[in-house]
Write a protein of this length. Sequence first.
Length: 321
Amino acid sequence: MTAAAVVLAGAVAPAASGATTASPCTPGATYGSPLPSRSVAAQLIRSGFSFLEGPTWDQGTGTLLLSNMQNPTGPQGVQPSSMLRFTPPATFETFIADSGSNGLAISADGTRVLAATHDNRTISAYRLADRSRTTVAAGYLGHAFNSPNDLTTGRDGTTYFTDPNYQRGNRADEQGGHTSVFRVRDGVVALVDDTLPQPNGIVLSPDGKTLYVGATGANAIMKYTVFPDGTTGNRTTFASMKTPDGATIDCAGNLYWASYDEGLVHVFSPSGTQLGTISAGRNTTNAAFGGPDGRTLYITSGVSGAFGLYRTHLDVPGNPY
């Protein structure tokens, strides 16, 4: 791992102090087991989508936002993508056409959806009110990212994101063969780790003191200490699992990590003990908590052209991004 940073003009500042969305997590609360059994089957809401990714719950509207990615097109081989909005129990609509997005996260102040946007190889922010787009992170040390994939944001506005090369297509490699984890805070992009093979899902613990990253190419989930200034260190291997993709976390710190190849969400306690699995069909890509009480786990899973959104109700509320 190395550390360096560059200031980017036009980056989006974090939310003002106190202007944060409500969390379903109760400080100091004691939670029991999150799963009703060791093996849980999620229920299909709707299928027939191209390739779903990046679900995130918008508490302000009581809706779920997610990305629907298409097959690569054009000489650069870039995947078009739109942002969908799901209103329970069964309404789907296009929220932002041509969003270019993969992973999504609602900002701490609840006014924007942050997006890992592979269309222009950046981290973007879309205002929920008017859907206008701004750039949060345009590159690192003057070089374009590969194809930002997923992201997680803290209550202080620090955003961490992964940069594998899955959606880079035929565009030039400007990262020297590295696939990396970055953070952006107060308009500054810094390198977290450039040694992970295809980093993918990424999530912060509820207290913001631990960062978890799934390295798909290593079949492992890594764990980092997060310091008060947003910097990271003390990397260890948290757990091993097959093809870790997207992830989310609940108020007790239990992790829910999608295994793409297995079609499962593996559930781990904060100590790394596996608590069970949630099945949702083939090729599971991501998961996010939502619903009025924060206890509905939404899962994206399926095969190209027949992807579906699934849900299951659990016993511990989820921590929002």
